[in-house]
Design a protein around this ligand. Structure first.
Ligand SMILES: [Ca+2]
Ligand SMILES: [Ca+2]
Length: 256
């Protein structure tokens, strides 16, 4: 009896240890699959994934801190995380996400839209090296935000982008409806490299949604969600990064 008890106890203990080890390995693999160990921990996606579950399956393409942009000559841009060489497959949708704290509270906006270009290296901050100017109306856009005044939901029509590496004229050079001679959703690109514009608007609602300008980082950048309450609606010349803390800009893609 004693021998059987000892043998059973021995095999039972071994079995328990193996079970614990297997669960630990499985748990570790599972965590890596979900969290993507390559993505920067300091700029994790938990906030975005919680607020916008639709993009949980999107892959992170670029991330950076819009409140602390590294100075550049307007030709290149330094990201905290650049996954552009690793994205494979046809890109179906892109998400542009901006978050910062104003008066200690999170403000965010996410815009999900078709890609402006099939090449992931052309979807980042529009500095000279990506060799693209996107000044166009876009369709099939989804907007998510907690900022007062920003209309959320699906917009089949009514949105446009102003992405370019150069300076900006206030003139409404492609005749966007309901724009005027302020810096808003109807402006135009001039000499490059220059101030730089990376703006997404909902012109039918007369709203700036996400704005990031003066991104050479040689001076304070302009960043904003919704219409700027004081001055030009698209935040140009506000140097508004001084007013916010804890910034996060992410660009994500959904691939086939
Ligand atoms: Ca204008
Ligand atoms: Ca503008």
């Amino acid at each position: 009896m004693k021998t059987n008890f000892t043998r059973n106890f021995f095999f039972g203990a071994i079995s328990a240890v193996l079970t614990v080890v297997l669960f630990a390995i499985a748990g570790n693999l599972s965590n890596k699959t979900i969290a993507n160990a390559d993505e920067p921990k300091s700029k994790n996606r938990s906030f975005l994934d919680e607020k916008v579950p639709d993009v949980k399956k999107f892959k992170l393409l670029y991330s950076f801190d819009p409140l602390n942009v590294k100075p550049s000559d307007g030709v290149t841009f330094t990201y905290d995380f650049d996954n552009s060489k690793e994205i494979k497959g046809k890109i179906k949708r892109v998400c542009y996400f901006l978050r910062y704290k104003k008066d200690g509270k999170d403000q965010y906006a996410a815009v999900v839209m078709p890609p402006l270009d099939p090449d992931p290296t052309k979807l980042g901050v529009p500095v000279m090296s990506i060799d693209r100017t996107y000044q166009q109306v876009i369709s099939d856009v989804k907007i998510y935000s907690n900022v007062e005044g920003v209309e959320t939901g699906e917009f089949k029509d009514g949105c446009n982008v102003e992405f370019w590496p150069g300076n900006t004229t206030k003139n409404n050079t492609i005749n966007i409806p309901d724009a005027n001679s302020s810096y808003d959703w109807g402006d135009g690109p001039t000499s490059a490299p220059g101030y730089g514009s990376m703006q997404i608007h909902n012109y039918l609602k007369k709203q700036c949604v996400i704005s990031f300008s003066n991104f050479r980082g040689t001076d304070h950048c302009d960043v904003g969600i919704g219409n700027n309450p004081n001055g030009h609606p698209d935040w140009t010349f506000t140097q508004s990064v001084k007013n916010f803390t804890d910034g996060q800009f992410m660009i994500l893609v959904e691939t086939e």
